[in-house]
Design a protein around this ligand. Sequence first.
Ligand SMILES: *Cc1c(COP(=O)(O)O)cnc(C)c1O
Length: 411
Amino acid sequence: MVTINDNYLKLKAGYLFPEIARRVNAFVESNPDASIIKLGIGDVTEPLPEACREAMVKAIEEMGDRATFKGYGPEQGYAWLREKIAAQDFQARGCDIDPSEIFVSDGSKCDCGNILDILGKGNTIAVTDPVYPVYVDTNVMAGHTGDADDSGKYGGLVYLPISADNDFTAKIPTEKVDIIYLCFPNNPTGAVASKEALQAWVDYARANGSLILFDAAYEAFISDPNVPHSIYEIEGARDCAIEFRSFSKNAGFTGTRCALTVVPKTLKGKASDGSDVALWGLWNRRQSTKFNGVSYVVQRGAEAVYSEAGQAQTKALISFYMENAKIICDRLSEAGLKVYGGVNAPYVWVKTPDGMSSWDFFDKLLSLANVVGTPGSGFGAAGEGYFRISAFNSRANVNEAMDRITKNLKV
Ligand SMILES: *Cc1c(COP(=O)(O)O)cnc(C)c1O
């Protein structure tokens, strides 16, 4: 009989969101009249910007005319999109990134996992705790870890705790690690890293020959002018970092699908014969072989993000979510809760009161306010005692949820 990839058997069964659904369903069954407000999911709620929709409608019309029809496009993405990304997302911020170093894809989640195709088996891998689960699970699938222990930590991974004690940016490890996943602005904590904090990571990576996998999916939510949007704003990052970006959160493309990965041509890794090999060539080969590009229509939609109207509309979209985040922060503080994040990211990371566990706080919020959030412990052992509230929702739902919490939750 065919054999399977046993590494999949090491995965902790998708625990977090199914367990949330189970508890919500149980509550609704015994309280059929409760109207539940969900502030748990990391998905956008507001419609696509008009500029993107118009560009896609026009592109569909082009596909319906023999003279302008498009078949396969370049696997790396159309040059007109990559040029705008390079100019407006990177060069305008002083980052030395060329359009040829940008690879357009159908998602950052996919790229975060696929990047492991071009990296070796014996690397020591560091992730933060709490963490976006994709970084961990893709390494488990690739056979880069041992089994999980009772707290959900996998053998072989280096976990870097992030908490209020280290400004949620993780201490530079004392041991040598080969790959470091960093996500700023952070999901789930909403924290950002200062230029100095990122410089320390880049210096560490260059001193140790390590690779930083930098997830900047939420860069557009940064409001503080001193916070870097890209790892390439940091001196030396071209030699040690790959950056993932996405149109999912800044332009509402979670269901439309478009993202990009930057692999600088100067970035190298070691082959088993000891020679240095550019990662760009490997990623280019990987994408050209296993990927056939993002749809023309969607790339036109993404291009429209960079138009004057698109910039204004995405800015308005982000402001809307960040006003939600401010309301959540203000009202929860008013209720006596300690909150983090929510200023440069659409997530508010709430300290549970009185040392309550994340799941106990979940149950309390559900039963007393009929509001659903995400228990911090679901993102890693160090997330215990925290709770994530997402700003992705309608204003009415956010206001109603906060009214209920301030009224019913006595801290
Ligand atoms: C939402 C999100 C992404 C974006 O993923 P896509 O596949 O591009 O939709 C990437 N990283 C993090 C941490 C996210 O929360």
